[in-house]
Design a protein around this ligand. Structure first.
Ligand code: PLP
Length: 392
């Protein structure tokens, strides 16, 4: 766990992305934070050390990343983890057996699996509900409820939770309010400003942005939660290595540039797809036809590069995902390169079928992670894939 320096919070987003947490190395002047590839640190004497004793507890490269992402989210404390799921795992360990969690029904498949197949056996109880409606959240709460966990926009249905209303509700009921901000990133949305206690990220995705590491982040403004999470980080040990922290830190430097392009191309492609007759429905919060478009405009500064669309059948989806040439058929998202995926058989295969279909996650649904290539090339690629799928 590392705390942001006050100076780092004064600057604009792009300046923070490049400088927050990253003073030149004091011993050499190296402008980039070194990769401190070490497991231990020589101590000066009995009970005297320089703040670093063992690398599970602290590592200077990790400190730099933790300060950087905390500054981007407008929080005070950052904590880096070995993966996004390791971050969520630590968040759930803030609770005790008997506690109840209200969670969005359309969260990342692995989040659902972690809750239902691991923590439910250890005595936590979960209700998965449609968090688009604050009244449904309220009704799902019991006297044992301690946490509200939401993802907004969701993966892959692009549903939103009203962060300000959910934040008020969580405060009234004294719930820990946790937001998975992986899709929006701090460039487009800052949940802490709407009353979230904790923001988590899979830094594997947009924060790193280059599909070359796996990692997770938690940011909070609360000292008590940061302290407990730092204890868990050291006591459970799901920490990232210094090389992965360095890669993520290299990634965040260009986050504003990349996100601006993802957003621009995402809007264009979502609009283009909605004109195609093969496409039954497009899910993108930036489209005026999205049922929560107005909320998206209120709590987000843009809509990003994630676009889902329904082709009506498994066969239709199969033909398109197998026909694209630039959009690579793969799991994951948020990298500079464009990806195409089939949520029902890939990212959300661990979600029970009835639950998938109940929320519109059909076998015909295809999800795009629109990269930062030339948008004309991306549209041409989708055009040839839809044309070929239509003729097959
Ligand atoms: C990928 C992802 C996760 C899990 O993160 P990992 O780094 O793969 O462990 C959690 N939430 C969302 C929204 C994701 O996309």
């Amino acid at each position: 766990m590392a705390r942001v320096h006050d100076d780092d919070l004064r600057h604009g987003f792009a300046t923070r992305a490049i400088h927050a947490g990253q003073a030149p190395d004091p011993t050499t002047g190296a402008i980039m934070p070194p990769i401190y590839q070490t497991s231990t640190y020589v101590q000066d004497g009995l009970g005297r050390h320089r703040g670093f004793e063992y690398a599970r507890t602290r590592n200077p490269t990790r400190d730099a990343l933790e300060r950087n992402v905390a500054a981007l989210e407008g929080g005070r404390h950052g904590l880096a983890w070995a993966s996004g799921l390791a971050a969520t795992d630590a968040i759930l360990k803030l609770l005790s057996a008997g506690d109840h969690v209200v969670c969005g029904e359309n969260v990342y498949g692995g989040t659902h699996r972690l809750m239902q197949q691991i923590f439910a056996r250890l005595g936590l109880a979960f209700s998965f509900v449609d968090t688009r409606d604050p009244e449904i959240i309220d009704r799902a709460c019991t006297p044992a409820t301690r946490m509200l966990f939401v993802e907004t926009p969701t993966n892959p249905m692009m549903r939103l939770t009203d962060l300000a209303t959910a934040g008020r509700l969580a405060r009234e009921r004294q719930l820990l309010f946790v937001v998975d901000n992986t899709f929006a990133t701090p460039y487009l949305q800052n949940p802490l400003a709407f009353g979230a206690d904790l923001v988590m990220h899979s830094s594997t995705k947009y924060l790193n942005g280059h599909s070359d590491m796996v990692g997770g982040m938690i940011v909070t403004a609360r000292d008590d939660l940061a302290e407990r999470l730092a204890f868990l980080q050291n006591a459970s040990g799901a920490v990232p290595g210094p090389m992965d922290c360095w890669l993520a830190l290299r990634g965040t430097k260009t986050l504003p540039l990349r996100m601006a392009r993802h957003d621009q191309s995402g809007r264009r492609i979502a609009g283009w797809l909605s004109e195609r007759s093969e496409v039954q429905r497009v899910y993108y919060p930036g489209l005026p036809t999205h049922e929560q478009h107005e909320l998206a405009c209120r709590q987000m500064r843009g809509f990003g590069g994630m676009v889902s669309f329904d082709l009506g059948s498994l066969e239709g989806a199969r033909r398109v995902v197998e026909a694209t040439r630039i959009f690579a058929f793969a799991e994951s998202l948020g990298g500079v390169e464009s990806l195409i995926g089939h949520p029902a058989s890939m990212t959300h295969a661990s979600v029970p079928r009835a639950m998938r279909e109940g929320m519109g996650l059909t076998d015909g649904l295809v999800r795009l992670s629109v990269g930062i290539e030339d948008p004309d090339d991306l549209i041409a690629d989708l055009r040839q894939a839809l044309d070929r799928a239509g003729k097959a």
